[in-house]
Design a protein around this ligand. Sequence first.
Ligand SMILES: Cc1cc2nc3c(=O)[nH]c(=O)nc-3n(C[C@H](O)[C@H](O)[C@H](O)COP(=O)(O)OP(=O)(O)OC[C@H]3O[C@@H](n4cnc5c(N)ncnc54)[C@H](O)[C@@H]3O)c2cc1C
Length: 451
Amino acid sequence: MLEKRVFNINGKFPNKSKKYILYCMESSQRIDYNYALLYSIELADKYIKPLVVIFNITDRYKHSNQRYYRFMIEGILKLRGLFKDLGIKFVINRGTFLEGCLKFSKDAVTVVTETNYLKTQKRWREEAAKLVDVSFFEVESEVVVPVRLVSNKQEPYAMTIRPKIFSLLESFLEDVEIRQPRVKADSLDFESWELDSPDDYLNSLNIDKSVPTVDGFNGGTYEAERRLIEFIEKKLHRYKELRSDPTVDYQSNLSPYLHFGQISPVEIVKTILNNYPLEDENVKSFFNELIVWRELARNFCFYNPLYNQYEGIPYWAKQTLEDHKKDPRERIYSLEELESGKTHDPYWNAAQRELLKSGKMHNYMRMYWAKKLLELTPDPKTAFDIACYMNDKYEIDGRDPNGYAGISWCFGTHDRPWKERKIFGKIRYMSESGLKKKFNINLYLLKWLKD
Ligand SMILES: Cc1cc2nc3c(=O)[nH]c(=O)nc-3n(C[C@H](O)[C@H](O)[C@H](O)COP(=O)(O)OP(=O)(O)OC[C@H]3O[C@@H](n4cnc5c(N)ncnc54)[C@H](O)[C@@H]3O)c2cc1C
């Protein structure tokens, strides 16, 4: 099924007289279950050429900050030895994706990268594909079922995409074996940007240092796999019941690793199915998040260019929010007040503190947090923009289709109209009393507001 994940996006041809196959790694920062790497190895063997993998590090990406750069670089540095053992040349290039692709493609038979569902990354790929002289392949490496095969349009609801994904699922769960290419790349000589530690890279990058790094997450595939095993052994059996409770830790905490492609969703699914049957209610609940909602988010970003804008929410949602735009708010806060978690709502403040301190807010509180911004800011567009800004800035797993789809969901996307009320209109409401009724929410306040 590998071929179903692969798309030639520039219609050009390989140039067999060139020296190597080039894989520009970006979204799949791993070796295991990396379909773009697998395809690159197949091409290397087909053309009897060595394989070069480059990873670009730039300080010119809009959202660059040390919190998530450290996590990313920790993962990248651990790949160096693994590529060496495979006889694949791994080069860290200081520069943008486009610069790296163009520089290294001059001697490439063909270029491979992964599909990315976000606008900026899509644009990088389109520009690179236009400018390189040889074929440029995108591989859908970050989903279980390729988005383009599941549907050719923006799906309105989880319930409409679920059967489409599940009818194709099994055929995309084949084992993947990453093997050494026939030709080793040892003799190829490239300058790689080599420093000793993640901190050395952070120190030499001109990125935002105002967001502190966090201790709770160490980057890399090994750490992702360790967390996956821990999740299966200790949490999965109560996932359905407890996943929504922000006072306990029953989520997998895999989202930062999935975001950077340090672990594949296919590897997660297969590892779980080696331990549990698909019919298990906790497995069903977990796959509903990992597969259905995660791949719905990719479908949303792929087909809706306004995915990160207020204007991209459904028509009914915009209309109802506009109808209630002038409803009086109890108090409106500045960005600075919101960022430092100083509102009259202790639950919102606690969620913001969790975000600032841990770099990963609990899923249930993310919904409460984004929806409540409607009440804490002057109008829905401002609320939407602030949610995107803070999510991208502080979440280690931010700048991800899940984030934009999650925020957009809070404003009506993939949802239906509910009972009309002030400010929210017909958007699904969440309240403090709901938090108190469902959970022992004071424990959450105690944890995040104690100092
Ligand atoms: C306002 C808002 C903002 C969000 N921002 C992000 C973000 O920036 N990055 C991000 O990865 N997720 C985001 N989510 C989705 C979800 O909150 C996180 O994926 C989840 O909390 C991550 O924790 P976990 O890995 O422990 O989740 P688990 O419960 O263990 O779930 C496993 C995986 O399933 C996927 N998943 C879980 N919930 C969702 C969901 N609602 N939508 C799509 N995929 C899901 C994730 O990939 C997650 O890692 C957001 C949701 C909302 C409502």
